[in-house]
Design a protein around this ligand. Sequence first.
Ligand SMILES: [Zn+2]
Length: 327
Amino acid sequence: MRVVVQNDENGAAVGWRGRGPGRRPRGAVRCGLGLLVAAALASGCVQGGGSDADVRPALGQQQSSSAPPAAGAHAELLGGEKAEKAEEAARVAAARRWGLDRVPLVAPAPPAKKPRITTRDGFEVDDHEELGLPPVFTTIPTKKKIVFLTIDDGAEKDPAFLRMMRDLKIPYSAFLSNYLVKDDYGYFRKMQDTGVVLNNHTLHHPYLPGLSYAEQKREICGMQDVIEKRYGRRPTLFRPPYGNYNQDTLRAAKACGIKYAPLWDEEVFVDHWEYREWDQDLHPGDIVLSHFRGRDDWKGTMPDMVRRFLKKVTDKGYAVARLEDYL
Ligand SMILES: [Zn+2]
């Protein structure tokens, strides 16, 4: 039986000197700040008159229609601009409040047509496609400068983390293991209330390839039941503990209703990053792993981890998007 082993030991390249060129996004931020500080700058930032079809919206600023607005729609347009300015002001204030040097970039709207997700080369199990097993992947195919944040296990339940993510409007996905979350299901209900999808990371976080098919199925289906009972929704995403799985794992996951098995391309800790790829860098569509951990395990807090995550992501011109929107 083949065991696919993931390791995240890939060299702890500490110290991002990321001064990414960040073409459009960097301009977008500066533009947004200009809007706040001096209305005079707005002429350079906002689509004027609605007739110049070549002016592209800044990253994350979706324009609902390409048609030039009629004269009567002028007031509505102004209202929209006002709302946009207010949103930008809120983003700037939140970034300042949480100690970020730069305002996180806003992700573009999710794609109308979802990308086709396939298993990464070398990550297949026997008869992966033939059996229709959930794809195992580390990135989402996209050319957009976005990454996805996924947070595992559930030991640390820091209220400040919930406030920070809600304030900053940073999307992320949780992969929960019951033995760590069961002492406070309410914490993750608050998380769910902010739009976070709670996904499956087994009941007891075992090394799954060491278990029989039946035992693996109990671990995965059991967690499906817990999440459905506590949070009203059966997950379709499952991440095997440690990234270790075999064919039985994916067969069991499929039998439990799982559609996708996302792994990760980078892992962010409170004090460093670890990369899977040789170039030790972020790429469009990368899935980033972190954990619900605090000072018991780390030299810092969840918000400290988020600051490290956002600094690199923003400096390199990436926005954070919601994984489930692309599946
Ligand atoms: Zn885990």
